[in-house]
Design a protein around this ligand. Structure first.
Ligand code: MLT
Length: 211
């Protein structure tokens, strides 16, 4: 994808690392570019970290795309913001000189939803993804080719915002696209729990060889 400095449109944090892999940290509704930096360092202490802030505001809370109601996404805006994020990743790689083919998204909730949207709309942009409590961002047609892309999904058995069938549908969709999907269930709700962070760290080390 051809990129220019003007594609670096997200307010963001960048933290260098000694690894050739970059974690793209995507916060949930109301988060910001600082929120997930400690999580990124915990998941992969040597990774490069890139953390954009969502450019949409919902009652003052940053998000990565507009929604019409809880769980009902503005599909036009989602497509636009997904393209914007994919262009940002490429522009940041050329600005900061990190390896554009080793970018792994780590997203929570709304951040996981835009990460899943990048996977489905721009296969090849992400080398993998950790999706904490995602939904199905959209149903792609035709199904993209994710050719072995590793994806970790974690979900809560009592998550009122993400009912179990939605998690299962996303896993099925990514698998039918050729993704290598691991689903980790926790006994809990929509909040991020210790056990899923630990499981994601192990998964990253095994599937992506990063630490
Ligand atoms: C979304 O809008 O992306 C989901 O409802 C999750 C969230 O509230 O952030």
């Amino acid at each position: 994808m051809a990129t220019e400095a003007r594609d670096l449109v997200f307010t963001h944090r960048f933290a260098p690392g000694s690894s050739s892999a970059t974690l793209l940290l995507l916060h949930g509704t109301g988060g910001n570019e600082d929120e997930l930096l400690p999580l990124g360092r915990e998941l992969a202490p040597n990774a490069v970290l890139l953390a954009p802030r969502g450019r949409v505001l919902e009652r003052g809370m940053p998000r990565f795309f507009r929604r019409l109601a809880e769980g009902v996404f503005d599909q036009k805006d989602l497509a636009l913001r997904t393209d914007e994020l994919a262009a940002f990743i490429a522009a940041a790689a050329s600005q900061y000189h990190f390896d554009a083919v080793r970018v792994i998204a780590v997203g929570y909730s709304n951040g996981a939803n835009i990460a899943a949207s990048v996977l489905l709309r721009h296969p090849g942009v992400l080398a993998g993804a950790v999706l904490f409590h995602p939904m199905v961002p959209f149903e792609p047609s035709p199904v993209p080719s994710l050719a072995g892309t590793p994806v970790f999904i974690s979900a809560g058995t009592a998550d009122a915002m993400v009912p179990r069938p939605l998690t299962e549908r996303l896993a099925e969709l990514l698998r039918s696209s050729g993704g290598r999907v691991e689903v980790h269930w926790v006994n809990g709700g929509h909040e991020l729990s210790r056990s899923e962070v630990d499981a994601a760290r192990v998964w990253l080390a095994e599937s992506q060889q990063i630490s």
